[in-house]
Design a protein around this ligand. Structure first.
Ligand SMILES: C[S@@+](CC[C@H](N)C(=O)[O-])C[C@H]1O[C@@H](n2cnc3c(N)ncnc32)[C@H](O)[C@@H]1O
Length: 252
């Protein structure tokens, strides 16, 4: 899968995704699943949160700057201006929303150790039949995966910074083979949908330091990303949205 675009261009890891825009996919999935309790880590302008219809929505971001009416389509919208680590440390999420989270969108800081903590903290407060969706874990080239968001990037993907959150896919496959991890072809940089949640699992939190030590400085990140694409099929968002029965794609 690794091929050179042109001399002087960084190796391309994937030709790009042409499915449903991630914002539309997420909104339609929330509607189809009859979402009650939605959690979003990383709200920014509110573009994703605004589109979600649910009973209670919780948004967490230390620096959100709302550009849209995020209360649209919801009975309650609760915004927390703090980091996700602080939110999970200080909040009884189940008590706050009156049950487990049944859809979560994790789109906060794009460094894998942050997403790893966001994932296991979210799973612990999720409904076992819930769905956790991760953004930006399907990079198109190696430049966009730099841990430093200010590192130089070349066209045509200059504006895209995924950081190294792609590492979550091999981490979950290695340390949590009990989870169902599905890659979906939503532009610009994919969505990863995770079901089969076990809110009682402590594997990732107990082994957190070991996992971070072994994944932080990989010698061969491009090869590891190519292996992720080779080993995990990328499903078509249109098939998932048009399907009558999501059990073909996710555990429900
Ligand atoms: C890519 S934007 C989110 C976009 C939004 N989900 C959407 O699709 O419309 C990432 C956001 O994560 C927030 N962020 C950064 N560090 C964070 C942290 N530690 N906890 C929660 N959010 C964080 C940033 O402030 C930024 O607004």
């Amino acid at each position: 899968m690794i091929n050179l675009l042109r001399p002087g261009r960084p190796a391309q890891l994937h030709p790009g995704f042409s499915g449903t825009l991630y914002l539309d996919f997420l909104a339609e999935l929330a509607r189809k699943r009859g979402t009650r309790n939605y959690l979003e880590i990383g709200v920014h302008f509110g573009h994703a949160l605004t589109r979600i219809a649910c009973d209670t929505a919780v948004g967490v971001d230390p620096d959100y700057v709302l550009e849209e009416d995020v209360t649209k389509g919801k009975r309650r919208t609760l915004l927390h201006r703090c980091t996700s680590d602080r939110f999970f440390a200080e909040t009884d999420v189940r008590a706050l929303v009156g049950g487990g989270i049944d859809l979560a969108f994790l789109d906060g800081l794009h460094l894998f150790e942050f997403l790893l903590r966001d994932f296991y903290n979210t799973e612990a407060v999720s409904d076992p039949n819930g769905l956790i969706v991760l953004h930006d874990c399907m990079p198109l080239n190696i430049e966009m995966t730099a841990r430093d968001p200010a590192a130089p990037r070349t066209d045509p993907f200059k504006a895209m910074w995924t950081g190294d959150v792609w590492k979550i896919v091999p981490i979950l496959k290695t340390f949590r083979p009990d989870l169902d991890v599905v890659l979906v072809d939503c532009p610009p940089t994919g969505l990863v949908c995770i079901t089969g949640l076990d809110p009682t699992s402590r594997v990732l939190s107990d082994r957190y330091r070991e996992i971070v030590r072994s994944f932080r400085d990989l010698a061969d990140p491009a090869e590891r990303i190519a292996a992720m694409y080779a080993e995990t099929p990328v499903l078509r968002s249109a098939d998932i949205l048009n399907g009558e029965d999501h059990s073909l794609y996710f555990r429900i």
